[in-house]
Design a protein around this ligand. Structure first.
Ligand code: MEV
Length: 435
């Protein structure tokens, strides 16, 4: 881990840096202006973000079937993120309070120690073809492996554009799986989908290949679909928090113990990983990518040893600091799907300034790690509710009917009176309206 000690960014030169003092205290339009200046957004992108309600009905109607409306989710900006030496402002779409703030706070605590360092295993996706009713499954496996060149050509013919961009067929694997109905022969084609998430590309290839495999082996082909366990598309992030910056040895050690609990117990691991996905899914959604694909990949990867475990790892370094690392499949793209056609997703991608799906995936992994740090630190010290309460109280106030300035006033009184629930909110609202 880097031990660079970088100076804090002076207040008045914060433009261009992800550390923007007082960002959360600005009004939302001023925040948008700061972000637009940071990312040099063009006017069209800025205008799109300044009208935060919805996408046009005709576009929504094209995106899915039976469309009747759209639902807007708030987008916040995680500040203080430095990923591989570059400052980045990260848009996060989430309905959950405290998620965005937690990333910014966690990132602030490791910013001066170098921020996040990331890497990626590649941008390869796997598609599976299932063959059944084989008299000799072991022989069928070899027959398929012998046809590697033909399979490669057939896959690459499906997507000349991908081939031109340097992607295409990379590998072939054939597995035998015993099932009650007999031994299945499962063929994996491994395809580099580059800047596309790649579901359409690999599914097309699998569907084209399946009848050939059946013909060559004498089997019956059934399913032809990508695997969301994208373990050839793994993003990794690591960071080191200096012991002194996070409250000392007791906090550091408690966080390692919190990690050990998650790694040892699936009940805790599910919640620990859910916290990581709070950050990951928020950026995946903001950029128009497929949240379910990434979530499925994450949880399957967490169980890859046969036991469901923590996606992150935490340890004390030789210097006595806290090191965290996160490794998980990250099948996200910049082309195809909603990433290209959703105007808000495009504007948010412009804020990130990413030029490849790989950079996007690596930033998302860093956000997941930051989110995990924030949750573990809160849980290992004050508990999670303290930080949640201010925003939670506001949400309760809104649900009780508070509007405008009433929201803050009701929330403050609820917190002061240590009674944050719907009945108390209704009573406080009636009280301040009666005054
Ligand atoms: C809440 O959305 C996420 C946490 O439960 C994560 C965790 O427990 O690590 C706080």
């Amino acid at each position: 881990m880097s031990s660079d000690r970088r100076p804090c960014v002076p207040q008045d030169s914060s433009l261009g840096h992800s550390r923007i003092p007082g960002f959360h205290k600005l009004g939302w339009k001023d925040r948008l202006d700061r972000v637009a200046a940071f990312a040099a957004l063009d006017q069209a992108h800025r205008d799109q973000l300044a009208a935060p309600s919805n996408i046009d009905a005709p576009l929504a109607d094209h995106m899915i079937e039976n469309m009747i409306s759209t639902i807007a989710i708030p987008v916040g900006i995680a500040t203080n993120m430095k990923v591989d030496g570059r400052d980045v402002l990260v848009p996060m779409a989430t309905e959950e309070s405290s998620v965005v703030a937690a990333v910014g706070n966690s990132a602030r605590q490791c910013y001066d120690n170098g921020g996040f360092t990331t890497s990626m295993s590649g941008t390869q996706m796997i598609a599976q073809i299932q063959l059944l009713d084989l008299a000799d499954p072991a022989r069928a496996r070899l027959v398929i492996l012998e046809r590697r060149r033909e399979i490669e050509a057939l896959c690459n013919e499906c997507d000349p554009t991908l081939l031109r961009l340097g992607g295409g067929f990379r590998d072939l694997e054939v597995r035998l799986i015993d099932a009650p109905s007999g031994t299945m022969v499962i063929t994996h084609i491994v395809i580099d989908t580059k800047d596309a998430m790649g579901a359409n590309a690999v599914n097309t290839m699998a569907e084209r290949l399946a009848p050939k495999l059946a013909e060559w082996t004498g089997g019956r082909s059934l399913l032809r679909i990508l695997s969301n366990l994208a373990d050839r598309r793994v993003a990794r992030a690591r960071a080191t928090w200096r012991c002194a910056d996070i409250g000392g040895e007791a906090v550091r050690d408690a966080m390692v113990e919190a990690f050990e609990f998650a790694d040892a117990d699936p009940y805790r691991a599910a919640t620990h990983n859910k916290g990581i996905m709070n950050g990951v899914s928020a950026v995946v959604l903001a950029t128009g990518n497929d949240t379910r694909a990434v979530e499925a990949g994450a949880h399957a990867f967490a169980a890859r040893d046969g036991r469901y475990r923590s996606l992150s790892r935490w340890e004390v370094t030789r210097e006595g600091d806290l090191a965290g690392m996160l490794e998980m499949p990250m099948a996200v793209g910049l082309v195809g799907g909603a990433t290209r056609i959703h105007p808000t997703a495009r504007a948010l991608l412009a804020i990130l300034g990413v030029d490849s799906a790989e950079r996007l995936a690596r930033i998302i992994a860093a956000v997941g790690l930051a989110q995990n740090f924030g949750a573990m630190k809160a849980l290992a010290t004050d508990g999670i509710q303290k930080g949640h309460m201010a925003l939670h109280a506001q949400n309760i106030a809104i649900a009780a009917g508070a509007a405008g300035v009433e929201v803050e006033r009701v929330a403050r009184l609820l917190i002061e009176r240590k009674s944050i629930n719907a009945d108390a909110a209704a009573a406080v609202l009636a009280e301040i309206r009666g005054r």
